[in-house]
Write a protein that binds this ligand. Structure first.
Ligand code: IMP
Length: 499
């Protein structure tokens, strides 16, 4: 009997809390429940638990632009390349050919994980078909990425080089297999690619030889983790193993389906799990979509439900002309610069821009590494429904549901939720395909009754106030997806499973 595969994707602009949802699914649902249920129910839960058990956690897109922090033995563990299931020793980890891998960063992450005593040899399998992120691509992203507000990890240039393949006998798409199988030629090509970027953008080349040596040395140490059999995952699933695919970034940042050009450079949607994840779609079972009740976005680009609109976008990523070289540069406010504001005062303001600041402060919506403020917006049902359909979401996981309580401290008549868009006088229920049109839509906002009770201590659906239950029903009807789980606080156990 072959196994099956499920896919977790972020259904908004990223940072929805996917790591938590993955963690929750990998742990083996109901294991704790089983121990205290009366015997006659145990079989039922055991069967459900079997069905949800995964043996492999796989990534299929993106690279070190992803990131979340797990806590292990009280120590923070920041992950950006290794799949989130690393803390569960029984789970094998796979990095598919659709990912881009920076050997230096990947090696540093592996070392960090191993230093915590977590085993990786024989457990972590990185596809040799994945494209390497090399110094030329990071160099290029540093020069050009500001316009999009990229993470400067070389993601876009690496995927662009993948598509360019080879130019006049020089590999643009240098894959992990090339670094291992023809290291001299790969090193020569990566240096030439770097020089080309320097030439095009009029930059100094610097000491490219030592950068190349660093990448090659890291690759050599990665050797034990590189998977040389492109059918490995297929073999595993054929033999009965179950896979949980973990999407990086989010649906609205997809290179084609997102808010182009303000997107990442990979396919982030569930369908791509069956390209970049190296498994055929015949094993697919379910898509889990993760959405955050108070939306956020980092970087530039349209965000129709943003509190404070363009003003917030500019505040979170201010462009300025550097008098030293006359170039446009980007500066953003840091968490520390907002810390002296009173969140309560901001929330009660009649200015939506300030309400957004208050929500950001209370929700701690700042980049984990960069401390960039995330732009904050209302829960947008049009966008969510659109992306539930694009991904074929079966079950929704709604994080930060408890944060809706913050709206009770505003002077708004209820919880504001976008339930429609008006475009050139017409009501529409989809995200227009162009950024220009998306910037023109006026969100139609409905106010839902405030949730005045603190939800953070609740663990059972029956405890939820009627306002919360009513809202959940509305979301299910609107999106056509069952809500399977809501997060009610940052701790692992702060969630409610909805039967
Ligand atoms: P890149 O993926 O580094 O090229 O960045 C492209 C856009 O995607 C930028 O707006 C980034 O802020 C955004 N982005 C990339 N990775 C993430 C993520 O993991 N969460 C949220 N936004 C992301």
């Amino acid at each position: 009997m072959s196994g099956h595969s499920d896919v977790v994707v972020g259904a908004q602009f990223g940072d929805e809390g996917k790591g938590r949802v993955i963690d929750n699914n990998l742990e083996g649902r109901n294991i704790n429940l089983v121990s205290y249920l009366p015997l006659k129910f145990q079989n039922f839960h055991f069967i459900e638990d079997m069905a949800y058990r995964y043996d492999i956690n796989a990534r299929f897109n993106g690279g070190p632009n992803a990131g979340h922090t797990l806590v292990y033995n009280g120590m923070p563990l920041a992950l950006s390349g290794v799949p989130s299931g690393v803390l569960y020793n029984h789970i094998e980890l796979y990095v598919g050919s659709g990912c881009v891998v920076n050997p230096v960063k990947m090696l540093a992450e592996i070392m960090k994980i191993k230093s915590l005593g977590l085993p990786l040899e024989g457990r972590l399998h990185i596809s040799d078909e994945a494209t390497a992120i090399l110094p030329s691509q990071i160099f290029q992203d540093e020069i050009t990425g500001g316009e999009i507000g990229t993470t400067k990890n070389g993601i876009g240039p690496a995927y662009a080089d993948q598509a360019l393949r080879s130019i006049m006998g020089r590999l643009k798409n240098i894959r992990l297999s090339n670094l291992l199988d023809r290291p001299l030629e790969a090193r020569r090509d990566l240096i030439e690619n770097y020089r080309e970027v320097a030439r095009i953008y009029g930059q100094e080349c610097g000491d490219i030889a030592s950068k190349a040596d660093e990448a090659m040395a890291a690759m050599d140490q990665l050797r034990p983790y590189i998977n040389r059999n492109p059918l490995w995952l297929d073999d595993m699933v054929r033999s009965g193993k179950n896979v949980l695919f973990e999407g990086a970034q989010a649906s609205m940042l997809d290179v084609t389906k997102g808010t182009v050009p303000h997107v990442t450079s990979s396919h982030t949607i569930a369908g791509f799990a069956y390209v970049g994840g190296d498994l055929a779609p015949k094993y697919h079972r379910k898509v889990f979509g993760v959405a955050k009740m108070i939306m956020s976005r980092v970087g530039n680009g349209p965000f129709p439900s943003e509190f404070g609109g363009l003003r917030s976008e500019q505040y979170c990523d201010e462009k300025f002309c550097d008098p030293n070289d006359g170039k446009t540069k980007h500066k953003h406010v840091k968490e520390s610069e907002e810390k002296d504001y009173s969140a309560e005062k901001m929330l009660y303001s009649s200015d939506p821009f300030e309400v957004g600041i208050g929500l950001r402060m209370l929700g701690k919506e700042y980049g984990a590494v960069t401390k960039r403020p995330r732009r904050i917006g209302m829960f947008d049902l049009v966008a969510l429904m659109h992306h539930c359909r694009v991904n074929g979401v079966d079950e929704l996981y709604l994080t930060k549901f408890d944060c809706l309580h913050d709206f009770a401290q505003t002077n708004l008549p209820g919880i504001p939720i976008v339930t429609g868009y008006s475009l050139d006088g017409q009501n529409i229920r989809y995200l227009p395909g162009s950024n220009e049109m998306l910037r023109k839509v006026t969100p139609i906002v409905e106010y839902f009754p405030h949730i005045t009770q603190d939800l953070s201590g609740m663990r059972d659906k029956r405890e939820l106030p009627k306002e919360a239950k009513g809202l959940l029903k509305y979301i299910e009807n609107y999106t056509g997806c069952r809500v399977a789980w809501i997060g009610v606080g940052p701790d692992r156990e702060q969630f409610i499973k909805l039967p």
